[in-house]
Design a protein around this ligand. Structure first.
Ligand SMILES: Nc1ncnc2c1ncn2[C@@H]1O[C@H](COP(=O)(O)OP(=O)(O)O)[C@@H](O)[C@H]1O
Ligand SMILES: [Mg+2]
Length: 384
């Protein structure tokens, strides 16, 4: 691996500060662009890679394409170059680290947070697809967070350069180009990659974010490969609402798979909304509706109480109606877990029995309304 001694900690105008990580193709350093005065990340390619004369022309062509990409959810490529036989790519420095590191440190994410990240990643990937570029090596290690916490995709287009086109090829460490756990079946078969190849990886990553477990795992590369061709078992931790969308994104045959990142996300979002309105597995939309319905119910209660009060002033004889007892204290206190104020008569007042009777007649009705509203908004989420 390339490394820098104290005396050689410069690469052209870049002052190398620290090593950020290592991948199959080189070492990534944090560096200072001494001309522009900004911090960047520099990936220095392993010397063995650049022995292949065709590599450099492919690499420079792909770097030029990657440098054209300009999207808030992609890691910007600023430059590429070489010095003393060391080839490097200069990128935006992502201070938030990678999704891989975050999952390792913090464990699985909430479905809401996972959706937020995958939607950002999906937007970056879709932008690249519309420019004719397929990532081919989408994985948590290539999803980085910038200083605002926004997810950005890195290494866009470079897997193609490193593999030399379609099909599987070996990295300098002997592994395949692409990362076995996220690699779509067509790549294992040596077929051409398409946007659907990235959709497959997106689906793998979405599952992993909410389960904390790699979806297609195994001890060896052949074991992982086999799992990609077996029938899919979506883990229990994945929200019910996502299952069908994920299955459609993980179809073995790329032609039967969801073809584009936004379609995968639309499908997951749509089914989440449908299911949450029936039985809220993902409860974000119902949270918004809740205050409105509660205010409506409380308003209705106020109106009914007002109406009952004046009716009793005008018709004091209505006291001969059959009156049910008020609900027990236990049933009222059960409601307080939802932080709804239940109107009660002031303890100090001694109301006229005719008014009280009419009010007590309406009280069960009012409590029934509140209960119905609470049940429709606060039912516990169903287990996935
Ligand atoms: N632009 C960047 N900003 C900050 N850290 C980066 C950047 N690019 C890569 N890294 C770090 O370097 C590590 C190695 O990156 P890379 O060589 O692309 O390997 P891989 O993609 O296999 O993780 C990444 O996991 C990440 O932690
Ligand atoms: Mg990478």
């Amino acid at each position: 691996m390339s490394s820098f001694s104290q005396s050689a900690n410069r690469l052209n105008k870049f002052e190398i500060q620290e090593e950020l990580g290592r991948g199959g193709f080189g070492v990534v350093y944090k560096a200072l662009d001494t001309v522009l005065g900004r911090t960047v990340a520099i990936k220095v390619l392993h010397p063995n890679l650049v022995n292949d004369p065709s590599f450099l022309s492919r690499f420079s062509k792909e770097a030029q394409i990657a440098a054209q990409l300009d999207h808030p959810n992609l890691v910007p490529v600023y430059d590429f170059g070489h010095e003393d036989g060391r080839y490097y790519i200069v990128m935006g420095y992502m201070s938030g680290g990678s999704l891989k590191d975050r999952l390792a440190k913090e464990g699985k994410l909430s479905p809401e947070r996972a959706l937020e990240i995958i939607e950002q990643v999906g937007r970056g990937i879709d932008y690249a697809h519309r420019k004719g570029i397929v990532h081919r090596d989408l994985k948590p290690g290539n999803i980085l967070f910038d200083d605002e916490g926004r997810a950005r995709v890195s290494d866009m287009g470079f897997a193609k350069v490193l593999s030399g086109g379609a099909g599987i090829s070996m990295s300098i460490s002997g592994g395949v180009v692409g990362t076995p756990a996220y690699m779509a079946p067509e790549i294992w078969k040596g077929q051409e990659a398409s946007p659907a190849t990235d959709v497959y990886s997106l689906a793998c990553i979405l599952s992993e974010m909410v389960t904390g477990e790699v979806l297609f795992d195994g001890d060896t590369t052949p074991a992982v490969m086999t799992r990609h061709f077996e029938p899919i078992h979506i883990p229990m931790d994945v929200p019910e609402a996502w299952r069908r969308g994920l299955e459609a994104g993980l179809a073995t045959d790329p032609n039967r798979r969801i073809q584009k990142a936004p379609l995968l996300l639309d499908r997951i979002r749509k089914q989440s909304t449908e299911i949450s309105s029936a039985s809220p597995a993902i409860r974000t939309p119902s949270k918004k509706k809740s205050p409105l319905l509660l205010y409506g119910a409380l308003g209705l209660m106020g109106l009914l109480a007002f109406f009952a009060f004046f009716r009793n002033l005008e018709k004091p004889d209505s006291s001969n109606l059959n009156i049910e007892p008020p609900p027990s204290q236990a049933s009222i206190s059960a409601l307080t877990t939802h932080e709804v104020a239940i109107p009660t008569l002031p303890e100090t007042s001694t109301p006229d029995p005719t008014e009280t009777n009419a009010f007590l007649l309406l009280l069960p009705l009012l409590i029934l309304i509140v209960l119905l509203v609470l049940l429709s908004n606060s039912a516990p989420p169903t287990a996935p």
